[in-house]
Design a protein around this ligand. Structure first.
Ligand SMILES: O=C(O)CCC(=O)C(=O)O
Ligand SMILES: [Fe+2]
Length: 368
């Protein structure tokens, strides 16, 4: 029988939110307590559709994961950074260039940002099949909780979002859910990220950018809101705006794969991480995420049968319409491997503030 007492995790105490008045983005709110009635559900479907077709981001509240559970997951999220010795970390580093997978550690100082400055972002990724790889000793007692967390995100956050978004295209509710099978092989992941502060000269050389502007690779990204500001979203007008801290709220965004599947109707919006504002200067920034992806075998071609997509077919948005030749639609596995193996390593072509690379015939943009 499993033990009823949870293993001890050192409490992680986050900083208070910033005191500055920042230029915050207004994100539409999905109140999941409304999912239980047909009327509430229809309202949420409308909000989700409009949000993801324009901003590509929204906030979820009342999702059912309690503030205490979230706090506990942040305590656990800090373990691979503060409680694993450096030599042991070295044994669990992921070889992204060769495997095209983030599973394991990505240590700081790996991705080039600008002017010879490398990132200070450390991350630890765990496949939602937590047994797929072994993990550092300090993390092992927490694997059942991490697995339960991944399961919660998959079934209670990502699946409802996918249903709402299918409804937004007037498709059967299960259209995208069927592509996200908990038991299929895929790379949906729980990820912990810690950013460390940098010397002033690196801040200057990179114009305070900690993680370059990018779109996410997968379908739905779930970010547990946390008080240390840093995340910025590129508005449709081209301004960077800050994501606001919502206690126990979630920031949800669409990645490339759902953009492809919806023929560009749902937007994979560019976002980045910058140095926190002065009131939070000198603080590390810990993040808790679930990055969802369709099963590895799913071909990322636009879904058929949506009256909404039929109407907008004339607009040509980067996607994989045909299934042959150079521009053949990749599978989820091909796309995530290609993007993971190249991110931060390849020489990019620079035009103003935008740098580009071409993957599977699609231009991938990186912003500073
Ligand atoms: O740290 C954050 O708030 C965002 C990180 C992010 O965008 C990513 O890992 O893809
Ligand atoms: Fe991201």
């Amino acid at each position: 029988m499993p033990s009823l007492t949870l293993p001890y995790a050192e409490p992680y105490n986050p900083a208070p939110p910033p005191t500055e008045e920042l230029d915050y983005v207004d994100l539409p709110v999905l109140d999941f307590s409304k999912t239980s009635t047909p009327k509430g559900w229809a309202t949420l479907a409308e909000i989700a559709k409009n949000a993801m077709a324009t901003q590509g981001f929204l906030t979820v509240i009342n999702h059912g994961y309690t503030a205490a559970q979230t706090k506990r997951m942040f305590d656990i999220a800090n373990i691979p950074f503060d409680h694993v010795p450096p030599e042991e970390k070295g044994r669990y580093v992921s070889n992204m260039k060769e495997t095209g997978s983030y599973q394991g550690y990505k240590l700081p100082q790996l991705f080039h940002i600008e002017n010879g400055v490398y990132d200070r972002k450390e991350q630890y990724s765990i496949n939602f099949d937590v047994e797929k790889r072994s993990h550092p000793e300090a993390l092992r007692p927490f694997l059942p909780e991490i697995e339960a967390f991944g399961k919660f995100c998959h079934f209670h956050i990502v699946h409802p979002i996918l249903k709402l978004l299918a409804q937004g295209l007037q498709l059967p509710e299960e259209t995208f859910v069927d592509m996200h099978d908990y038991n299929a092989v895929g790379e949906s992941s729980i990820r912990f990220i810690k950013y460390y502060t940098r010397p002033e000269e690196e801040e200057i050389k990179t114009k305070n950018v900690w993680l370059k502007g990018h779109t996410d690779i997968g379908s739905v990204s779930v970010l547990f809101s946390q008080p240390v500001a840093g995340l910025q979203i590129l508005s449709p007008e081209g301004h960077w705006q800050w994501a606001r801290y919502v206690p126990n709220g979630l920031v949800i965004n669409i990645g490339d794969m759902l953009q492809f599947l919806s023929n560009g109707f749902y937007k994979a919006t560019v976002h980045r991480v910058v140095q926190p504002p002065p009131s939070q200067g000198g603080l590390a920034r810990l993040g808790l995420f679930f990055f969802s992806m369709p099963d590895d075998s799913i071909v990322l071609r636009p879904v058929q049968g949506s009256p909404v997509l039929e109407k907008m077919r004339k607009e040509k948005i980067p996607s994989h319409e045909d299934n042959e030749g150079e521009n053949a639609a990749p599978t989820a596995e091909m796309w995530r491997k290609a993007r993971t193996a190249s991110y931060g390593f390849v020489d990019l072509k620079k035009e103003g503030n935008v740098e580009t690379e071409v993957i599977n015939g699609i231009v991938v943009k990186h912003y500073n």
